[in-house]
Each structure stands twice: as C-alpha cells, then as structure tokens.
Design a protein around this ligand. Structure first.
Ligand code: S3P
Length: 177
C-alpha cells in the first residue's frame, strides 16, 4: 500500500485498531503501534508498567510513542485507545492532519460489541473487573475527543475485519483524489 498520508487509527479498546493496521499495511508497509513501541522501549508489558509505575508514567511513554509514530516512516499508526486523553496528543494528531501528513480515522463500536471483543485482553488493565462498565465510562469520557481529532468515522459493529479494511482504504483513497 502506498499512500502519501499516514493512516492513523484511533478508538476505544477492542475496535480492532492493531488488527486492521496490520492488514492495511500488508507485507510491504510498516505499522507503528504505540503500545508495542512502549513495551519495546520500556522492556516491560503495558500491564507491568501500569502496576509498577502507575498510569501517569504510562501516559508519558504513550505521548512519546505517539510523537515518534507520527514522525516515523510507518504508513499506518495504531494509536492506543488513551492517546486522545491528553490535549498535547490531540494537538499532535490535528497538526499532522493539517499539515497533510496524516488522515485520522476513528474506529467506533457499541460498548457491547467492544466488551465481546476484548475479553481476556492482557494489555488492558483498565478493563479488569467489570469491562462493560469501564468501557461505558471510557466512551463517555472520550467520545468527543475521538470526534475532535478524526477526519472520518467507521462504525465497525456489523463489519468483518475485511470490511473495515476496505472502508478505511476507501476513505484514504477518497481523501487523496
Ligand atoms: C488503553 C488502551 C490500550 C492500552 C492500555 C490503555 C486505554 O490499548 O494502551 O491498556 O486507555 O484506552 P488498545 O487501545 O490498543 O487496546
């Protein structure tokens, strides 16, 4: 896949950002996945960083990972669910859009759909306990923030991964023409 702009996927946990990003990039293009970047740079899992250092330290690493991902040569960025929480991160995303370096796509789904998809998610300590309740709270807190940073929304509830990939490509190609 060759596109002039990076595709940046945002959205809550369980919307399929990482899977869709890998599929979009295929064999030829690189993916920058902020969770994977953090785990690599800190040498620990997301869960370990949360429990040993606390969420704020994780969010610091996340801001660094997002900036590095946007500055990288990766064609696709899978931005973890929480990147929109900090205003500085939202500014980075909006700036990348305004400068024509990125198109930001919000993968959205109902909480019930997300809860079914995320069961057993090892790198998601925020969903320990009642995942539905936690997702509902995160959705309420973040919906406006995803909307603020995105160019387009894909409602993934009724879609297969293939269909989501096709929808994202259509948006990205439409954006180019
Ligand atoms: C989080 C999302 C997770 C991971 C961490 C916190 C969030 O990433 O970064 O558990 O705050 O939404 P995914 O969105 O890739 O699951």
């Amino acid at each position: 896949m060759t596109l002039e702009r990076k595709i940046v996927l945002v959205g809550l946990m369980g919307t399929g950002k990482s899977t869709v990003a890998e599929r979009l990039a295929g064999r030829d293009a690189a993916v920058a996945d902020t969770d994977a970047m953090i785990e690599e740079s800190m040498g620990r899992s997301v869960r370990q960083i949360f429990s040993q250092d606390g969420e704020e330290r994780f969010r610091d690493a996340e801001s660094e990972a997002l900036a590095a991902a946007l500055a990288s040569h990766a064609a696709v960025v899978a931005a973890a669910g929480g990147v929109v929480v900090r205003a500085a991160n939202r500014d980075l995303l909006v700036k990348a859009r305004e400068e024509g370096r990125a198109i930001v796509i919000w993968l959205r789904a109902e909480v019930g759909t997300l809860a079914a998809r995320v069961s057993g998610g090892e790198h998601r300590p925020l969903l320990d306990g009642d995942a539905v309740e936690s997702l509902r709270a995160l959705e309420a807190e973040r919906e406006m923030l995803y909307r603020e940073v995105c160019d387009a929304v894909v409602d993934t509830d009724e879609m297969s991964v293939d269909e989501v990939v096709a929808a994202v490509i259509q948006i990205a190609e439409g954006d180019r023409s």
